[in-house]
Design a protein around this ligand. Structure first.
Ligand SMILES: [Zn+2]
Length: 323
């Protein structure tokens, strides 16, 4: 039986990663209250300026009244796409700077909040690999490398899908496909040769610092960038290797007999994911089992809305146990 697991933010949250709605608050705690980092000042300045008059933020709890990370990203992206300034204080060059700071905030916060040992993922992955007949495929919407490390700890190598198609990847018995649709903290993109380099450790939080440079493993250039596709309605995937990752993910869903969603909320704003999954399911018409592991009633009802009554919804938290 071919099984595809799709991991969303809820799975990483079970290991300690902040959920999207708490991201700004947690980042403020880490990088303003505990260890002050000037690199993120532009984010707090934008929020203080958000209502058009000066509001001061003095404590992380005050971040709750502001729009969350996702909405802030959407507003910045919309302004940039429409060639508009936000205000006198935030003309377009500063909006670009703000966007970079928001990406930096995500990678720094994840780097700081996740412990190096992630027991639930390790237990889950080793159970899946031990018990399955076919090699499973994992798709992740998370940037962190929790799932990557869990797969590596079983002795398998990772196939991120930058090249080739899913069928080639299934033929290789030493590697397990892990398609990360929104990028990864251990990837760097080289704008010169267009290749993505994969690293064993997280590099994204280093790529924004002036004194660090990550060498492209393909051409040796040292101007690499992070690949963190922001949580916004206006996502862009104009990196051809990343497009290949999406194609591989789509193919794996088409061929699957069982599709298991772990900790993914299937939010209405995730149009690109919903359209990709639906299209993949429609490409090959067969009976599939769709299983959902999510503790939120609201998320569970979203699944019934998108996949009909046939999907099996387990309204429970990800604990690392098999379903
Ligand atoms: Zn290069």
């Amino acid at each position: 039986m071919k099984t595809v697991y799709i991991f969303g933010a809820g799975a990483s949250a079970a290991e300690g990663a902040p959920v999207l709605r708490d991201f700004l608050k947690i980042a403020y705690q880490f990088f303003k209250e505990e260890h002050y980092s000037t690199e993120l000042d532009i984010v707090w300045e934008f929020l203080e300026h958000f209502y058009g008059h000066e509001t001061t933020i003095n404590h992380s709890n005050e971040l709750e009244k502001f729009p969350g990370l996702e909405e802030t990203f959407n507003i910045v992206d919309w302004s940039l796409l429409q060639n508009q300034a936000f205000s006198i204080r935030f003309p377009r060059p500063r909006l670009h700077e703000l966007k970079t700071a928001l990406v930096k905030l995500i990678s720094m916060t994840l780097d700081k909040s996740l412990p190096s040992y992630n027991g639930m993922h390790q237990a889950f992955v080793s159970e899946v690999i031990r018990g399955g007949e076919d090699i499973p495929t994992f798709i992740s919407l998370n940037y962190d490398i929790v799932l990557d490390n869990a797969i590596r700890s079983t002795g398998y190598e990772l196939e991120y899908g930058f090249y080739g198609n899913h069928l080639n990847h299934m033929d290789c018995c030493k590697k397990i496909p892990l398609y990360k649709l929104h990028g990864s903290l251990n990837w760097s993109f080289c704008p010169l040769c267009g290749e993505i380099s994969e690293h064993n450790e997280k590099v994204a939080h280093l790529l924004f610092k002036d004194k660090y440079s990550i060498t492209c493993l393909n051409c040796g250039s040292d101007s690499s960038q992070a690949i963190i596709i922001a949580p916004t309605l206006y996502k862009s995937y104009n990196i051809s290797r990343l497009q290949n990752v999406w194609d591989c993910a789509g193919k794996s869903i088409s061929l699957s007999d069982r599709l298991i969603f772990v900790g993914y909320s299937l939010a209405p704003a995730d149009t690109s994911i919903i359209a990709t999954v639906k299209r993949a399911l429609n490409t090959i018409n067969k009976n599939r089992e769709i299983i959902v592991i999510n503790p939120s009633e609201q998320a569970c009802s979203r699944y019934r809305k998108i996949f009909g009554e046939n999907c099996r919804v387990l309204c429970q938290k990800f604990t690392g146990e098999q379903v």
